[in-house]
Each structure stands twice: as C-alpha cells, then as structure tokens.
Design a binder for this molecule. Sequence first.
Ligand code: SF4
Length: 342
Amino acid sequence: MIRLTGKDEPGVIEALAEHIDRPFRARQIARWILHRGAQSFDEMTDLPRSLRESLSRTFVLDDPEIVQVVPSSDGSHKYLFRLSDGATIESVAIPDRGKMTLCLSSQTGCAVGCTFCVTGALGAGRNLEPHEIVGQYRAIIRRETHDQGPVNIVFMGMGEPLLNAGNLGSSLDALFETISPKRITVSTAGVIPGIRWLARLPRRPKLAVSLNAPDQALRETLMPIARRYPLVELMAELRRFPLERGRRITFEYVLIRGVNDSEKLARALVRLVRPIPSKINLIPLNSDPDFLPGFERPPDDVIDRFARVLRNAGRTVTVRWSKGHDVAAACGQLKGAHHAVR
Ligand code: SF4
C-alpha cells in the first residue's frame, strides 16, 4: 500500500499519477487529504465510486491512532497517540480566545537531555515520519471543535525538531498547504546546523530558541547540548538569521527556582538578547517531583521581579502560565505512554 498522508500537494499528485487518468482528479484528492483531513476514500463523495474503490486497494490515508484524550480544567486536551510500531507520543490542543494552538511532537523521546525536562529524562527516541507529524494535526483537528478561528502549530512537544530536519521539512511543506508559515513555530534547543537549514528554506516558519540561561556555564548544566553548540556561536548564528518584516525570534526561558531566576541573571539576559529582534517567553517550570526531584517552580513574586527587569530594559516579555498543568500536558511534561496516564 502507498501512503498519501504526510505529502504536500505535488507529492500527492505525483503518487497518484499512474492511477488517475484525469489530472484534475488528483488535485481533488489532494484537497480532500490536505484541506479536509479525509481519512478514507469513501469520504470523497465527489469522486466516482469505482475510482474510490480502486484507490483504496492501492493507497492508504492513515494517521497515528488516538489512544486517549485527557481533558484539562482549562480546556486543553492532551492526546496520547500510538504509532504503527507501538511507540507512543503526546500532543496538546490548547484553545485560547477563538484560536487553537496545537503543540506537536517531532520525535518519540529526546536525546538532548535538558535536565529540567521530563521528555529529556526519557532519553532518545526515534524520529517521527512526515505522516506521523502531519497526522497529529489531522487527527486532532478532526476531533476538536472550536469557533473556526485560526490554528497555530508549535513544535514544542516531544523531541528536538531540528534533529529531525528532513522529516520536519516534508511535514512543513504539507502543513503549509493549509496553514500560513507565520502560524507555525519551530522551537529548538539551539541546534546550529538545523538553524542554518531553517534559514535557507524558501518558506520559513517562525523560530523559537530555548535559552534558559544567559551564560555558557549555567546553560551547560541545564542543557548539555550547549557544550556542542556554545552560546556565543548560537547567538552569532541567530544574528544572521533572516527575519521577514515584523518577525522576531522568540527566546524561551524556563524559570527554575534558585537556579536561573535571579535579577542578576535577568540583567545578563537583557544584554545577551539586545542585538537580536526578539521577544522573551518566560515559562515558570512545571514541577514534576516524580521525574525531576529538586527542580521547582519559583514563587510568583520572583517570576514577577524577573519579568520586570526585562520589561524595564525595554524587552517584550510574556509569561506563559502553562495550560494543561493538571493533566501533565504543559511544557516539559510530555512523556509518551510511559507515565502519560496517571
Ligand atoms: S526541553 Fe526540548 S530539547 Fe530539551 S530535552 Fe526536553 S524536549 Fe528535548
């Protein structure tokens, strides 16, 4: 069987070429798959029945299987998916004032090993294939009801997306068929070759960089990958990153009590990011004492003080009071089936 999901429109049309005698039919089918999330040829009611039957003998439109949907009291839904090899991943749908943000995974674990991250504690997993990445979007969007506002996608789920750049690129091509690049954000721990790859794409999603410390020594303790891609080189690369008009790089900074939450570090952060058009997203740590003993969220007044130092220095700052916390769906809490259902 030939899989059509995970391809962009030219990919779908090419795969169908030998099986369709009228080219407009291939475009029709591509639209059913990419725009309407069709899961079977039976849904394609504007195709002749005989064609639908013959296509379903050759092609498959599969998505990862939804094993569980856990609702949060704030309206978020955490999705647990099972893949065809039995691996499991998680994604989160976050409704917010008429918009829907989907946090998707790119790998089944993460080799980067950030010390504050539950996914990192699971260790390396495998790369997700394009149909497994796009399939999270297709499966969730079919199930979620919202008021038809825009959908945003953030690659901040399980895995480091820029360590799976090839499959991420194919997935972006498919997603761009229905979602504008400016509504898709790729978040990296600072994989410099991946950032260079992203910079060369003709259609670029937005870039977010998980920073978490303004100096090399502290960053190395939180993010071992900083040894491979030192902060000074990372910032030099980001200064070169091409930004479309009005776009900025987002720096994510997970605030950890007594580790990286001092006003002195806030001032160092200001100096570090000043040369780059950017905004800072502060993410108070979502504590998970089972997995990460000793890592705690700072008190609210410490978070406020840290944010005030940044704002007073003219930086744009948001504090992400993570959604989905009560179902372990917030940032740094996604961990696949191992402990997902508690
Ligand atoms: S924070 Fe992101 S890059 Fe770091 S270990 Fe977790 S999933 Fe991987």
